[in-house]
Write a protein that binds this ligand. Structure first.
Ligand code: ADP
Ligand code: ADP
Ligand code: ZN
Ligand code: ZN
Length: 829
């Protein structure tokens, strides 16, 4: 007899069934997903796409897998009981999230693709060793015949710059060292030292008028007197010998130094000149001076390591060669060249060596080909991963994580199109279709309509965000998708973007005060380009991935403006000059970097609005009566927080081999504060409730508080009304973090004379949300701001006044394809 308690045979070859998912805002979502197909999930941000794809399906798959592997019941607090009734038919899953490949400067294209390991093996197998002392070739034994030196064993590690025994001892395998940079000491060689050519010494004219006990400045004046040098001259015109001593000191020769102490007493002493570089070095070693580190860093820049010439290895490893090619040389060839190199070298080997290395060469060829197939043939293996552009990193991920040859895997991807121009989608779509061909299932959380062309299923979440979302609005299969494709224009067509006329920089006088002008830019792949960007306008910088957009804006213009505002920058671009930036009082750079990995930071604390809210609670009669100051209303302060969870509202349960699972604190029930603090309420809400209410609903609670409403409205305007003020910053997506930064900046009242630079502000946004961000930016512009956006979203680009298009991608790229005001329909020209 079959009862309701008997479980039916639930194995299903065809579909994955999700029953009643309810994590976050999901409202008991049930859906059947076709296996061996491509599933597109869309919806406004905050509608629940990631909650379904990652937090439900992926997490449950991980859990079922762990249950299988860990036979004992370690996982008694089971996820599925709480957040979903059951999921059947699951496949092992791999999540491909937006998280970057890494910011570790040690990771290179060669190391993340593992291709470097194969080359190391090749060099260890057939490489010729050369003695670093007498430079003679050493045969198979470890002793150099000519000088008797004992060499390392021939192992792949010899080529590893991460290995303490084989890395360059000076740069520790990084290839660069921080060195004091003359150019940073004299940042404005076109000015005189008296007028502040050097940021180290500042304005010496003032000092000359009124000498004080500042030896450092006095020394330079004394040196000039001693050498009879006219300090009114611009720095670059000063005699070479003076410049030498200015930087490196007078080598013991004494000069006469006039001084006046704070009591007004003056005198002259004789002493040698220390010199700028020695001075900075002394500060750097003076560990007692707290100010030193920052100040010293300001005058240093990264330079190629002087010991290994940037090759990162000990000389012994650097000298091993195959037919005259050394390992560091080989990893600095482009992938395209490298593949040809492999073919050529293999052909030239003798039979015995060919036999030894055939498998190695086959592997190399396969992997290099894979990288070429995603269009990255121009990249080198020694390129550091953090220096790749977003789109390049994305494609590298495709080439490495996708090409495993596994089948029956469920791949779940978070906005794989991020950072890519529609022209780059081809690589991505091909790779995804390949995955399906090999028998895998692919779930894509994506906003780009183009992806409908490869989708077998389309799930749309909504209808809105947060608690107004969390439902499946529709599920389309291939037939309905095809109808949709016919009825709508689903191409993200960039060819329609045209400019009226390219502005000629040379023949146009009017351009002088109204444009930022960059001349002769050659940073990275840029081909000596001249660019003008109108002040007070909204400019879109567009182009395929790797064309040089970030190089131009984030790595050239931004650091230049920062340094001209007197702030420190790590790297600067290379260019002839930049003009027209005098009017900017500030520059604000908004990118997608997380706003804090700290679980104590959240949208409320980050924007500062929670500060106002705490004050508001402290100002209530109840709080005053109990002497509860503002500090009590901070969950980070010991005074008011729940002692059990230290104000986090949740406690971690150790899940051993997985990430910790968080469950609500059983003392405060997730409210974060002590009982006493929670008793203070406004409109029936305690401060703990406030952190758990979505932003759009808070507007009502604080109706009468003008400033709080203003700040909350801004978060609402950029499409984040669905967030809770207390949601931990570490759980926010890149796009959300970016819009929080944007809202924070926009809340500053003054935006005239400020340059805003935004790196793909539409990431993670659905069409509707894009409109909201556009409105906010327009408002900014009306208030007098200048806005530059690096962007791939057609809708956003169309709203910009001015376009700078770069292309093509890679080393051949870095040209300006077009630049000028955007041509609108109906324009006469
Ligand atoms: P989408 O992927 O469609 O942008 P999400 O699934 O990320 O949406 O979010 C759906 C809702 O769940 C939103 O209201 C969001 O604020 C909330 N949410 C997402 N992640 C968390 C989390 N870790 N903790 C609490 N709420 C969350
Ligand atoms: P985009 O922002 O248009 O995607 P980028 O400006 O990031 O492109 O990159 C432009 C070109 O410069 C690419 O070919 C990229 O590989 C190269 N590049 C970027 N950063 C570096 C670097 N640190 N070292 C060498 N090449 C770089
Ligand atoms: Zn070195
Ligand atoms: Zn607690």
């Amino acid at each position: 007899l079959e009862t309701n308690l008997d479980i039916k045979d639930e194995y299903d070859n065809q579909e994955i069934h999700v029953h009643n998912a309810r994590i976050h805002n999901l409202k008991n979502v049930s859906v059947s997903i076709l296996k061996n197909s491509i599933i597109l999930i869309t919806g406004v941000s905050g509608s629940g796409k990631s909650s379904l794809a990652f937090d439900t399906i992926f997490t449950e798959s991980q859990k079922q897998f762990m249950d299988l592997v860990l036979s004992n019941q370690m996982l008694n607090n089971t996820f599925s009981d709480v957040y979903v009734d059951k999921i059947t038919g699951l496949q092992p899953s791999i999540a491909i999230e937006q998280r970057n490949l890494g910011v570790n400067p040690r990771s290179t294209v060669g190391s993340v693709t593992k291709i470097a390991d194969v080359f190391k093996l090749l060099f260890a197998t057939i490489g010729k060793r050369v003695c670093p002392w007498c430079h003679q070739v050493v045969d198979d034994s470890n002793v150099c015949k000519d000088c008797g030196a004992i060499l390392f064993d021939r192992t792949p590690q010899v080529f590893s710059y991460n290995h303490p025994d084989y890395m360059c001892p000076l740069c520790k395998g990084l290839g660069v060292e921080m060195r004091i940079d003359e150019e940073k000491i004299v940042e404005h060689p076109e000015k005189s030292l008296l007028d502040g050519a050097s940021s180290l010494y500042g304005d010496l004219r003032k000092h000359r008028k009124k000498p004080n006990a500042n030896w450092m400045r006095g020394e330079i004046l004394a040196l000039a007197d001693d050498m009879n040098v006219d300090l009114e001259l611009p720095f670059y015109r000063l005699p070479k010998e003076f410049k030498q001593q200015f930087f490196y000191g007078s080598n013991g020769r004494e000069v006469s130094l006039a001084y006046e102490n704070s009591k007004g007493r003056s005198g002259v002493i004789r002493r040698p000149v220390e010199g700028a570089i020695n001075l900075i070095q002394r500060l750097a070693h003076d560990t007692k001076a707290t100010r030193s580190t920052d100040q010293v860093h300001q005058f240093m820049s990264k330079k190629t390591c002087s010991c290994c010439q940037g090759e990162r290895l000990l000389e012994e490893g650097r000298l091993v060669n195959i037919q005259g090619y050394r390992y560091p040389e080989v990893v600095s060839l482009s992938i395209d060249k490298l593949r040809k190199w492999c073919h050529r070298i293999y052909e030239q080997l003798i039979k015995e060596q060919q036999d030894k290395t055939r498998m190695i060469f086959i592997k190399l060829n396969q992997r290099l080909k894979k990288i070429q197939s995603v269009g990255l043939g121009y990249i080198t293996l020694n390129r550091s991963v953090p220096s790749l552009s977003g789109g390049e990193a994305q494609r590298l991920k495709l080439a490495t994580q996708f090409g495993t040859g596994l089948s029956n895997i469920l791949y779940i991807m978070d906005e794989p199109s991020k950072g890519l121009h529609p022209k780059d989608y081809r690589f991505l779509m091909d790779a995804i279709v390949d995955l399906k061909k090999y028998g895998n299932t692919v779930i894509l959380v994506e906003h780009k309509k183009s992806f409908l062309t490869i989708a077998d299923m389309h799930l749309h979440m909504g209808p809105k965000a947060g608690r107004y979302g969390g439902e499946l609005v529709f599920v389309h299969h291939r037939k309905e998708i095809e109808n949709q494709l016919i009825s709508q224009d689903c191409s993200d067509d960039f060819d329609t973007i045209k400019v009226i006329d390219s502005v000629s920089l040379d023949n146009n006088k009017a351009i002088k005060d109204t444009y930022i002008q960059l001349k002769g830019v050659t940073t990275n792949n840029l081909k000596n380009i001249d660019v003008a960007i109108p002040i007070g306008m909204m400019t879109a910088v567009i182009g395929v991935s790797g064309s040089g957009k970030s190089t131009l804006i984030s790595k050239t213009l931004y650091p230049y403006i920062m340094s001209s505002l007197g702030r420190t920058v790590e790297e600067k671009g290379t260019f002839q000059k930049v003009i027209g930036i005098e009017s900017f009082e500030d520059v604000c750079y908004v990118n997608q970097k997380a706003i804090g990995s700290n679980s104590r930071s959240n949208p409320g604390t980050y924007t500062g609005v929670f500060d106002l809210i705490r004050q508001c609670y402290a100002d209530t009669q109840q709080a005053k009566k109990k002497n509860l100051s503002k500090e009590y209303f901070s969950f980070n302060s010991k005074k008011g927080q729940c002692p059990e969870c230290s104000g986090l509202g949740e406690v971690a349960v150790n899940m051993h081999y997985m990430d910790n699972l968080y469950v609500p604190c059983n003392k405060c029930h997730g409210k974060r504060y002590s009982k006493e603090v929670l008793k203070i309420t406004r409109k029936d809400c305690s401060i703990g409730d406030i952190l758990d209410i979505e932003i759009h609903d808070l507007l009502e609670v604080f109706q009468e508080e003008k400033e709080i409403v203003r700040q909350l409205s801004m978060l609402n305007k950029v499409g984040l009304g669905y967030l809770k003020l207390g949601q931990s910053a570490s759980t926010l997506s890149g796009g959300e973090a970016q819009r929080i930064k944007l809202a924070k900046e926009l809340n500053k009242n003054e935006c005239k004379n400020i340059l805003y630079i935004l790196d793909e502000p539409t990431t993670g946004l659905h069409e509707e949300d894009v409109e909201k961000v556009i409105d906010v930016l327009k408002e900014l512009k009306e208030k007098g701001a200048t806005i530059i956006i690096i962007e791939h979203n057609l809708k956003m680009i169309k709203k910009c006044d001015y376009i700078v298009e770069l292309g093509p991608g890679g080393v051949q790229g870095g040209h300006i394809l077009q630049a000028g005001f955007q041509k609108r329909e109906g324009d006469f020209i």
